[in-house]
Each structure stands twice: as structure tokens, then as C-alpha cells.
Design a protein around this ligand. Sequence first.
Ligand SMILES: Cc1ncc(COP(=O)(O)O)c(C=O)c1O
Length: 417
Amino acid sequence: MTVSATLAASETIAARRAAGEEVLALAFGEAGIPVHPLLGQRLARAAGQTSYGPVAGIRPAREAAAGYWTRRGLTTGSEQVLLGPGSKPLLFAVLHAVGGEAIVPSPAWVSYAAQAELMGRTPIRVPVPAGEGGVPEAEALDAAVRGARAEGREPRIVVATLPDNPTGRIASEGSVKALCEAARELDLVIVADEIYRDLVFEDGPFPSPAAWAPERTVTTTALSKNYALGGWRIGAARFPGSPLGESLRETVRGTASEVWSSTPMPMQHAAAYAWSDPVELVDRLVSSRRLHGAVTRGAAEVFAEAGCEVDPPQGGFYVWPDFEPLRGRLEERWSVRTGAELARVLLDEFGVGVLPGSAFGAEESSLRLRVAVPGVYGSSDSERLAALVSTDPLEMPWIADALGALGSKLAALTATR
Ligand SMILES: Cc1ncc(COP(=O)(O)O)c(C=O)c1O
């Protein structure tokens, strides 16, 4: 097992910066927003909470998470909730508890396939519907699962990410419903990773798989993206209120007890506050959506102007441009034939750090890149806060400069000699 592509890229970029190189860091999936002072206060106030606490999490935090989901249309009791140190270990424990093989969308966030491989299983990749992201296309899923079963394999769980990393897209209601029907027909558990749920740019109904397949969907969330607290390590899983859900939660609780014991107590107290959606924090979500929405769309335009194909981002903080229309030029000028070579040229020749689509399951030859935009929000907390409260973040001089510089670098990259 090698270090996760996103974490490895961020370490490479940090090392180059430490060596005095200027790098536009667009590789790492961090939300790039300073901690809300009220969350900092809650955390500090709970610093004396030094006991391990219950494996599943303290009741006030589980109740708050249940309220968070209930207010978002998924009625939840605290007994359905289990907390963990981030949603990543929870996702691992759920994949482990269900057993068998996992079906992972193609493309998908780096860690689902890596976690399946850690368990000695080869993930089954199923393409997403054209122009969408985050869910396997239902007919292709059906064919892949039946094919795998005919070969004696045991697919048992399918992953969905709403909204999606890396594509920045949110699957349509039709695609989610079709996924739920296929999962029921094929008797698959669904794990719905909704870590970016609060960061959808446009209002409208949110297509949670748990709404259409409540008996078989485990939903996960965390404070890493909506409140930019990735380093605090706290997440939650919501298990179905069904016999299957109860038994899965109990197995995950067993894994938790042997692997991480419990979730850090001070974090649980801060999370109990955040998941209760107090107005003063919800305001922060509104400005975060505005910032991520404006900058992802601005960056998508920069890539489109350079000649890439790129779908408009709908949530999260990623852009997923395809350099395919520029393949001829890139090959002639830079001998670029793969996404990894393209990412390498961008870093070595232009000081732009991004990830190749292949890290997310795209073909090696694909010229897709995953671009994380928070790297341009500012170089200090005061710049990042100013960007956050601005009604027009693209007007912030450092953001305008960074996107301008990105445009010039892309023009130089794609220029004919
Ligand atoms: C889709 C997705 N799921 C889960 C995670 C991990 O989140 P956590 O910080 O809760 O472990 C990330 C982080 O990059 C992510 O992009």
C-alpha cells in the first residue's frame, strides 16, 4: 500500500515550497477556510474531557448528528449513528463489515479502491452516467455485478459520492433512483458518502440514496469539508433503521473498538454543537458555498478558455477538466501521452500542482486532471477570511491573480511552437 495520491501530492508540493520554489498548490482536497472561532471555543472548553468515552460516541453528539440528518430529510434516531475519527475509517469499517467485493464508480475518490485493496479485494469499477459523477450507471452496474457473480466473485456493496470528488458533479435524481432500484434487485448495500453535501452550489432537492433505499443505505458525513476541519478528524455514519442496519452498526462498533477505541472527546463536543446547525455556524456554510461555487466556476472557465472540456462544477471544491482536445499539441510539444505526464509537466515546467485523473480510476491515457481550488483562497488566514466574506470572491486581488496566472500558464502549456 502506497501513500494516498492526494496526501502524497500535498507533501511533494510542501517540500518544493520549503525549498523556495513557487507552487500553485491545486492538488489537495482541503477546504482552505480558517476555523470558526465558536468551534475553536467549544473545542478548547472540552479539552479536559480526557476519558475514552463510549465506542459509538457520546449521546449528545450522536443526537446532534441524528438531528443534522433529520433536518435534511432523513429521519434518524441517535441509535442509528456511530461516530469515528473522520469518515475515512468509518468507510473502511463499513466496507469491511459488509464483506465481499465493492463496486466503485469510475472515476471516484482515491480511497475507496485503496481500502478495498487493503482488505485483499479487487474493486469492481463501473462508469458513471455521461456528464454526471459519483454514482455507477445502473445498467452497467447490473451487468458488472451479474458478470462478477457468474465468475464466482461476491460483490456486496456499492459506493456513491454526493456531490462527487473528483468530478465536482452531483448525480441526478434519476440516476440515484436507478442505482437504488438496481441495488435492491441485486441485494447490494449502498454506502453514500455525503461529506460534501452542505457544499452544493444550487438550491433544490438533494438526491440521497437513503431516501429511496432506506433499508440498505449507510450514509456518512464529517466536519472536514463543510467546516474545513479535516485535521480535527471527526465523522459520523448513519445506519439503516432495519435489521441489516442494526447488525452492520454492531459489526462496525466492534471494529471501532479494536482499531480506534473511540472518537476524541473534545472533537465530539465541538461536533455536537456543529451538527445542531446553530444559525451563527450555518451562516458560515452559506459563505463557504458562495466561495467554493465562485472559484470552481471561475477556474472551470479558465480551463475552458485554454481549450479543455469541462462540465460546470455543482458542489464541493473541485474541477475536472479534460485536456483531450489538446492532446496533439501536448504530445508534440511536451511528449505528454498520459494524465500523469501532464501533471508532471505542469508541476516541473509551470509550478502548478494537480492530480492526474488516473489517481481516481481514469485510464492512464486519459488527460483528465483533478484540480482542487482552495489553494488560491489566500496565503494567510486574513486573506482566506476576506475571500470567505466577500460577495464576489473572484474580485479578491490574490484570487484574480492566481486564476490569471493559471490562465497564462495553461496558454503557454498549450501554445503551438
Ligand atoms: C469523497 C471523500 N470522502 C471522504 C473523505 C475523507 O474525509 P474525512 O476527513 O472525514 O476522513 C474525503 C476527503 O478528501 C473525500 O473527498
